[in-house]
Design a binder for this molecule. Sequence first.
Ligand code: SF4
Length: 279
Amino acid sequence: MSENSSLICGLCPHKCVLSSGKTGFCGTRKNVDGAIVSLSYGQVTALAVDPIEKKPLYHFYAGSTILSLGGFGCNMKCPFCQNHDISQHGIEVSQGYVSPEKLVDIAHKATREARSIGVAFTYNEPFLSYEYIMDVAPLLKSAGQKVVLVTNGQVLQEPLESLLPYVDAMNIDLKVFSEDGYKWMGGDFATAKATIRSAVDAGVHVEVTTLVIPEINDDPSMMREEAQWLSELGKDIPLHLSRYFPRYKLKTGATPVETLHLLQDICREYLDYVYLGNV
Ligand code: SF4
């Protein structure tokens, strides 16, 4: 391919057109001499052993811990991002490169020393390290380690379907139950729903998180629609309603706890497990 060719990135719904030397919306993928290169491959900004409940996953090896790894960049631009210090930055925030083999070694050590069950790709959007996870996930699986993704679900079906056989559990954000809301955050509503559906259909353990933000997604009828939609995929899918606090660019006050209780009651009409977070 000629060096001047533009390439379309097929990883997420932005489908960025990358001319030579240009980087996409997420800041992690670049057209280098006619090939799309993942700048985030193996680049680690955070590596820690967390309780599994912190992901949050409440119905997957409860009481265990998991080695948790973050990279940089994001394919959404949520003005309230809690992790904007890594999600809205480039490789300058990386703490260094960890090869797939090295990550497997670290995962084994975490199992020995802290009862870790595997590796969670989290903190920033893991699908932006797609090639890395595609390389490391089969190694982790054959080493008996669980593979967990904590994701905004902004990935196209083809790459998603290729990775799902290596994934044990996912916590997927459903940030708002509307197209307009997703547009405001730089994402795509249909893609988020498709990712949840595909993961459930593939037999992956799925839990869903909605950060409840005043005036953005705290409308009871919207939350009712979300719970109803989720219940059609499975009444036993755990839904986490997290309390928002002002972060990054959004100055709206914190979500009242009463709002969360009200929405929890509504969701419980449809779903067996509805949890509140950050309350
Ligand atoms: S992964 Fe990045 S470069 Fe590719 S389409 Fe999405 S935002 Fe654009």
